[in-house]
Design a protein around this ligand. Structure first.
Ligand code: RI2
Length: 317
C-alpha cells in the first residue's frame, strides 16, 4: 500500500491498534523504497524522500510509540549506505525483520501471559489489543476455563472487535459499558490490557478509560497486567520527552449537527490516558514479564540508544 493511503487509513483508524499501525508503516516504507529505488534517483534524493515518508507516517497518530519506533527501526543504518541499491536492500530487510519480529513477539507474549490465567478466573479487558487478546486465546487453547468481561470502549467501540474474536474462539464473554467496570470488578480475578506506549518511569499509556479500570482493580485488590511488545516502550522519555495524548474529533462522540445546538458545550475526546506504574503489577513483553519499574532496562537493552528517538536532528547533507 502507498505511504499516502497507509497514512490516511492510520489517521482515520481503518488501520488501528499500536502493533498493526507499526507493521503497516513498516510495510508502506518498504514498498515505497522498492518503488523509488527502481527509478532513476540519486542517493541524496532517495534518502530525503524516505525520511519524508517516515515523517508523514509518524505524524498520523501522536500517541502510540510503536509508530515512530517502527519507522526509526526501518530507517536504521540506511543513511550510511553508499548507493541507492544498498540503501533499499537494507531498508527492506529492516522492514521485513521488524514485521516478522513483531508477530513473533505476540506469540511469546501469549505464551507468557497465558500463565497468569487460571481455571475459574474472570478476566477483564479494555479496548482491542492483539497482545492482550493473544494471552486469553492461548490460555483457552491450553484448555483453561475462564470467562471475560470486555468493555464497550466509547466512542469507537473497539470492544465489539474484542468480543467477536473471543466469542468466535469459544470463550464465554460478558460485554459491558465502560461505566460498569467498578460494578463488576468484584467478580474479576485479573485485568489484562494492551498498551500504546510505556514511559521510562513505567507508566502505561493506553485507551482512554484504562487508568480508571486500574484504579478500580487496585481498590478491589485485583492484579492488573499489561501486554506490550518492547517496541512500545518510549526511548524519548529517557531524555525528558513526553508522550502526546491524541485528542480526536468531537464528531466521534456526537454528530456535528447535534453538537451545534449546544452553545455552551465543548466536547472533549482524548483517545488515551496514563496509568501510573504503581497501579500495574507486570508488563508482559516478548522478553518476559517485568515490573513497570524496569522500563528503563527494556529501553536500554532492547531498543538501544541508536533508535533515533533521542536525536530527531537528521544529519544528511
Ligand atoms: P495492540 C489501541 O489503540 C488500544 O489502545 C490497544 O490497547 C492498543 O492500541 C494496543 O493494541 P487504538 O488504535 O498493539 O484503538 O496490542 O486507538 O493490538
Amino acid at each position: 500500500m502507498s505511504v499516502a493511503d497507509t497514512a490516511e487509513k492510520i489517521k482515520n483508524m481503518e488501520i488501528r491498534g499500536a502493533g498493526k499501525i507499526a507493521r503497516s508503516a513498516a510495510g508502506a516504507l518498504s514498498d515505497y523504497s522498492a518503488e523509488i529505488a527502481a527509478g532513476d534517483i540519486q542517493l541524496k534524493d532517495y534518502l530525503q524522500r524516505m525520511h519524508d515518508a517516515g515523517d508523514i507516517l509518524k505524524g498520523t497518530r501522536p500517541t502510540a510509540v510503536s509508530l515512530p519506533n517502527a519507522v526509526n527501526i526501518v530507517l536504521r543504518g540506511v543513511d550510511a549506505e553508499k548507493s541507492v541499491a544498498d540503501a533499499d536492500t537494507l531498508l527492506r530487510k529492516n522492514a521485513s525483520e521488524f514485521i516478522e519480529n513483531s508477530k513473533l513477539a505476540i506469540q511469546n507474549i501469549a505464551d507468557i501471559g497465558a500463565r497468569y490465567i487460571k481455571d475459574g478466573d474472570t478476566v477483564m479487558t479494555h479496548c482491542n489489543s492483539d497482545a492482550a487478546i493473544s494471552c486469553m486465546l492461548k490460555a483457552h487453547e491450553q484448555g483453561k476455563e475462564f470467562e471475560v468481561f470486555a468493555t464497550e470502549v466509547r466512542p469507537r467501540n473497539q470492544g465489539y472487535l474484542t468480543i467477536k474474536t473471543l466469542s468466535d474462539a469459544g470463550i464465554k464473554t460478558n460485554f459491558i459499558v465502560d461505566s460498569a467496570v467498578r460494578y463488576f470488578m468484584k467478580k474479576v480475578s485479573l485485568v489484562i490490557t494492551g498498551c500504546d506506549a510505556v514511559t521510562v518511569n513505567g507508566a502505561v499509556i493506553n485507551k482512554i478509560g484504562t487508568s480508571q479500570i486500574a484504579l478500580c482493580a487496585q481498590e478491589a485488590r485485583v492484579p492488573f497486567i499489561v501486554a506490550g511488545e518492547t517496541y512500545k516502550f518510549a526511548p524519548r522519555t529517557v531524555m525528558g520527552g513526553h508522550i502526546d495524548i491524541e485528542e480526536r474529533d468531537a464528531s466521534e462522540i456526537m454528530p456535528a449537527e447535534k453538537a451545534a445546538l449546544l452553545k455552551n458545550v465543548t466536547i472533549r475526546n482524548p483517545a488515551f490516558d496514563v496509568t501510573p506504574a504503581e497501579y500495574i503489577d507486570y508488563i508482559i513483553t516478548e522478553k518476559g514479564a517485568i515490573p513497570p519499574a524496569m522500563a528503563y532496562l527494556v529501553i536500554r537493552e532492547y531498543l538501544g540508544w541508536d533508535i533515533g528517538e533521542f536525536d530527531t536532528i537528521r544529519n544528511r547533507s
